[in-house]
Design a protein around this ligand. Structure first.
Ligand code: 13P
Length: 263
């Protein structure tokens, strides 16, 4: 069992920043994080950025040329390796760009692009098969929270997304708990509520895949994470990082969130 799970702070840029703006943003972020990510083990934090597809090659080149400690991520992919899927990008293409983390099942994809649990499951398996790590997003709507069905919704999404995966694969995964009512609204789940659902995600994994993977799985919280609330959220035992939208577009804010997440 690990003494400490290394927190993962991920910036989901969504459909923001063209490739020129992306380059400036990652360079500024790297400058602001200088010396922060390669400290001693007990304070280590991992940072990923998830630009739009059109920016990936530019950001990859910047990260590798300048030997940044930042890791490249993507926001989405298809599950097939190649084929007639107009507009889609395959996990093999992302792996070729040294993408390490791919978001799967973000609520915006589920709600606006009709992604189902079954599609998220296929994507998670395909991402793993190409040597990358899925960040599987789960979370309830406001109506579901008010109806008291948060627990059912989140456990159901976790089970469906990870179904069929081996325990050791599950142990290396990232699950992001993102209550839909907290995304882009400025309304954050309280640290107690976020901790309770992140613990529930871990318990669901323990129940289905065993203690070992549940102890190493990382669970992020996402939904209006800002410099002012990050430290409190990250201090909770089952919250192992953050999936950050709006604040990740402002390098100073994102760097402050990373700083607040150090052990
Ligand atoms: P905000 O941080 O803008 O609320 O977005 C959260 C999110 O959806 C990250 O994936």
């Amino acid at each position: 069992m690990p003494d400490r799970r290394t927190p993962l702070i991920s910036g989901n840029w969504k459909m923001h920043l063209n490739h020129f703006e992306a380059l400036q943003t990652v360079q500024k972020l790297s400058y602001l994080l200088d010396g922060l990510l390669d400290g001693d083990e007990s304070a280590a934090v991992e940072v990923s950025v998830h630009p739009p597809f059109t920016d990936l090659r530019t950001v990859q080149t910047a990260i590798e040329t300048d030997r940044m400690d930042i890791v490249l991520g993507a926001q989405h992919c298809h599950w097939e390796e190649v084929g007639a899927f107009t507009g889609e990008v395959s996990p093999a293409m992302l792996a070729k760009l040294n993408v390490a983390y791919v978001i799967a099942g973000h609520s915006e994809r589920r709600e606006l692009f009709a992604e189902t649990d079954e599609m998220v499951r296929r994507k998670a398996a395909a991402i793993l098969a190409h040597g990358m790590t899925p960040i599987v997003c789960v979370g309830e709507t406001l109506a579901e929270r008010e109806a008291g069905s948060t627990e059912d919704k989140v456990t159901g999404q976790v089970r469906a997304a990870l179904e069929g995966l081996a325990a050791d694969a599950v142990g290396g995964l990232v699950v992001a708990y993102e209550p839909i009512w907290a995304i882009g609204t400025g309304r954050t789940a309280s640290a107690e509520d976020a901790q309770a659902v992140c613990a529930l995600v871990r318990a669901t994994v323990a129940d289905g895949w065993g203690q070992q993977p549940s102890a190493t799985l990382r669970v992020q919280y996402g939904g209006s994470v800002k410099p002012g609330n990050a430290a409190e959220l990250m201090s909770r035992p089952d919250i192992d990082g953050a999936l950050v939208g709006g604040a990740s577009l402002v390098s100073e804010d994102f760097a402050a969130i990373v700083r607040a997440s150090r052990g």
